[in-house]
Design a protein around this ligand. Structure first.
Ligand code: SAH
Length: 264
């Protein structure tokens, strides 16, 4: 086959066109474009509480109360990594925090910004940048970093954990939530939520990408974060409600703190 030198350029042009038209940023390395596309395609529905994002709307008051109970958010400088349409970022700002939400899905960020305008939420800003790039720019600047339901969508979650650890001040708090990886979580988070109850679109979560608490706490420890506490989050299909629990086998949240004397 005739290998013209323009093939590479043509391919780059195609990628640029593709990125432009799906409203996502594919230049960062630690990102799966297919994952971003899933969220971009649904971006206009972020603030519809009956949409595919219904579970996030339902768990939001629970996770917000848990975070605010551990570190009262009023007056805190907070970063929300993988903020999507801003469901948590907006709620934290309404508690009086100064919040920056970051994501790589352009459309989601536009929706988040628009919502802040419409709802007149003070103290929340959004920016399209990866956690790793922001860490190079703003090391140890934040009192609190949250990164919810995002790690299970990235190729190298340990690098995001490290970036979150770098972004928080010594003594500051980092909160993660993700999905555990075991037979129960396969049954509940994939078979149950995506195929039986239709709580989430099919293909939302990939089993191999789900993260065991021991893996998460190991990456965190290596990055200078101590695990403070962990909670499970359970869905009751009869009441159609979520609740916090001690069972971390499916959905779980972790609170961590950066060691006081950490080098920054
Ligand atoms: N944290 C929000 C949204 C969770 S959905 C909440 O809990 O309400 C997962 C989000 O992660 C999506 O907005 C998606 O665009 C984002 N995401 C996926 N890969 C990413 C990456 N590499 N960097 C930043 N955001 C990413």
């Amino acid at each position: 086959m005739n290998k013209s030198p323009s093939n590479g350029a043509f391919f780059r042009l195609y990628i640029a066109f593709f990125s432009e038209n799906t409203g996502m940023n594919t230049t960062a390395l630690n990102v799966d474009p297919a994952e971003l596309a899933k969220f971009s395609d649904l971006a206009h529905r972020w603030w519809d509480p009956e949409s595919e994002f219904r579970p996030l709307h339902q768990i939001n008051p629970l996770r917000l109360a848990w975070i605010d109970g551990l570190v009262p958010l009023s007056g805190q400088k907070v970063l929300d990594v993988g903020c999507g349409g801003g469901i948590l970022a907006d709620a934290m700002a309404r508690k009086g925090a100064q919040v920056l939400g970051i994501d790589l899905a352009t459309k989601s960020l536009k929706v988040a910004q628009l919502h802040a305008l419409e709802a007149e939420t003070a103290g929340v800003l959004y920016r399209e940048i990866s956690a790793e790039d922001l860490a190079a720019e703003q090391a140890a600047q934040y009192d609190v970093v949250t990164c919810m339901e995002m790690l299970e969508h990235v190729p190298d979650p340990a690098a995001v954990v490290k970036a979150c650890a770098d972004l928080v001040k010594p003594g500051g708090w980092v909160f993660f939530s993700t999905l555990n990886r075991n037979p129960k979580s396969f049954l509940f988070a994939i078979v149950g939520a995506e195929y039986i109850l239709n709580l989430l679109p099919k293909g939302t979560h990939e089993y191999a990408r789900m993260i065991k608490p021991a893996e998460l706490t190991h990456w965190a420890r290596t990055a200078g974060l101590d695990t403070h506490s962990m909670r499970g989050m359970e869905y009751n299909p009869f009441t159609q409600r979520y609740g916090m629990s001690q069972d971390t086998r499916v959905n779980y949240l972790v609170a961590m703190r950066k060691t006081e004397n950490a080098h920054v």
